[in-house]
Design a protein around this ligand. Sequence first.
Ligand SMILES: Cc1cc2nc3c(=O)[nH]c(=O)nc-3n(C[C@H](O)[C@H](O)[C@H](O)COP(=O)(O)OP(=O)(O)OC[C@H]3O[C@@H](n4cnc5c(N)ncnc54)[C@H](O)[C@@H]3O)c2cc1C
Length: 512
Amino acid sequence: MKKKVIIIGGGMAGLSAGCYLRMNGYETEIFEMHNVPGGVCTSWRKGDYMVDLCVHWLVGSGKANSFYNRWNELIDMGNIRFVDHEEYARVEDENGNFIRLFTNANRLEEELLEKAPEDEVEIRRFTNAIRRLSTLDFPSEKAEELANLWDRMKMAWNILPYMGLFGRYMRLSNKDYAQRFKNPLLRKAVTNLFEPDMTVIFSMMTLAWMHNKTAGYPIGGSMRFALKVASRYRRLGGKIHFDSRVEKILTENGKATGIQLADGNRHLADYVISAADGYSTVYKMLDGRYNNPELQKAFENRPTFPSLVFVALGIGRAFEGEPHSLLFPLCTPLMVDPETTIKDLYLRIHHFDPTLAPEGKTLLSVMIETYNYPFWQKLHEEAPDQYRAEKQRIADSVVHALEHRLGDISAHLEMVDVATPATFIHYTNNWKGSFEGWLATPETGMQQIPRKLDGLENFYLCGQWVAVGGGLPTVLLSGRDVAQLICHEDGQPFVVTPPVEEGKHEKSKIIH
Ligand SMILES: Cc1cc2nc3c(=O)[nH]c(=O)nc-3n(C[C@H](O)[C@H](O)[C@H](O)COP(=O)(O)OP(=O)(O)OC[C@H]3O[C@@H](n4cnc5c(N)ncnc54)[C@H](O)[C@@H]3O)c2cc1C
C-alpha cells in the first residue's frame, strides 16, 4: 500500500512537493491556513483591478535555462505567454538624469558607457561578467543529498569555467560593488539591482538570465501562475484543505506521525513535510525540540529579506512611454515607520499585463521595504484605527509622489490597497513578515540549509526557509528534492510525469 504524506503549506513549495509525490503514487494531503493556494505567489481582486504582488520574473521561462524543463514537469509552459522586458529597471536622480538598465547586456553596456564614460573599465567588466554568466546553467535532476561522486564531479566541471567570476564577485554585496563606480547615478543603480546587501553575483546572474530571455513575466500574474500548479496537483489526485492552520506536528519515538490543526483535529501520516514558515515550524509546531545546527544558526543571525508596505493603485488612464519598473527620488523623504525612512520610491507600472486592469486603465504598485514588522504588528493588534490611518497616510504620500513624477494621478485614482508587514504575517505566517526568506549575502553564500531536523525521522522541510535566496524556481526544486528523498528512503525510483494534453497518455520518466 502506498504511503501517506502530509504537507503543511500550499505555497509553491508545498504544491511542488505534492505534485511530485503524486507522480510517484503517494497519497498526499496539503493543509493550508489560507483559503487559496500559492502562498506569497499571489494576486487579489480589488474593484476592477487585479493586484499582483509577486512575480517580477520567472527563471526558466525560456528554454535556454534548465529550470524550463523543471517547470514543464509540472505545467505546460508552452501555454503561458511570457513578456521579456527590454529594461530591467530605470533609475533616476533628482536632476532628471536616468539610466536604463537594459536586459540585453550589449545595450546595457552602450547605455552605461554613454551615461557614465568615466567608469568605462568597470562597466566593461560588469557587462562581460553578465555575458559570461549567461552560459551558466545548473541542470539539477537530483537532490544534493543523493548526489554521488560522479554527480559532484559533473557539477564541479560545469561550474569550473565560472569559478573566477564567483571568486571575484561572490564576496561583494550590491552596495559594496557599487562603490567601484565613480558616477553617482550608476552607483545608485548598482546598489539597487536587488537588495543592497545581497551578493552581486546573484544580480549578475539575474541579468544574465534576462539577457538570455529566460526570466520573463508570465501574463496573468502570480495567482494565475500558482493556480496552474495547484490545478496540476489536483489533476494528479492530490487533496488540499484550506482554512486549515496546523498548530502542532505530532511525533512519537523520534518520528513525525501527523499533525494537529488549530481546531484540534488530528491527521496521521507516514511522512510530514513542512513547506510553511520555517521559524514557526521549528519553534511552534515542534516546540523547539528538533533543529539542525545550520538552521539554528540562521535563526540566530542570518539576515532575511525585509517585509513590505505594499501600495497598489488602480489608475483610470494609460502610461504610454513610461518604463515598467522605476526607481525615482522623492521630493522629501518619507517616514514609513519609526525605524524606516525612504528617499526613493520603487514603482511598477503593470501596463505590460492587460489582464490586471480594464482596457485603458493601469495597475501601479509600490514596494516599500521595512524590517520594523513589530511596529506594524502591534499597531494592527492594539490600535486598529491608528493602523488604518497610517496605511492611509502612506497611500496619500505615494499618490502625492506619483503625482509629482507622472502627473494626472489623483484625478484618475480608482483603487487604493495597502498591505503591511502585519498583512504578510496574517496571510502567510512568514517570520518577521519577510517576503522571500533568507537573503543570500557575501557572508552567508547561497548554500542550501539541510532539510532534515536532527533526531526527527519521517520529516522534511522545503521552501524558502531552507532554499536560501528564495524565489519560485528554487522552491519548486526544493519541493521536488524532498519528494525525491522520500522515494529514496522507501527504496523506490523517482518518477517524473509531465502534463499532457487531454486525451493523450502521460509518459513517465525514471530519474534514478
Ligand atoms: C513581493 C514579492 C516579489 C517576489 N518576486 C519574485 C520574482 O519575481 N521571482 C521569483 O522567482 N520569486 C519572487 N518572489 C519570491 C517567491 O514568491 C517566494 O520565494 C516563493 O513563492 C515562496 O514559496 P514557499 O512555498 O516557500 O513559501 P510561501 O509562499 O510563504 O508558502 C508557505 C505557505 O504555508 C502556509 N502556512 C504557513 N503556516 C502555516 C500553518 N501553520 N498551517 C498551514 N499553512 C501554513 C502559508 O499560508 C503559505 O501559503 C517574490 C515574493 C514576493 C513576496
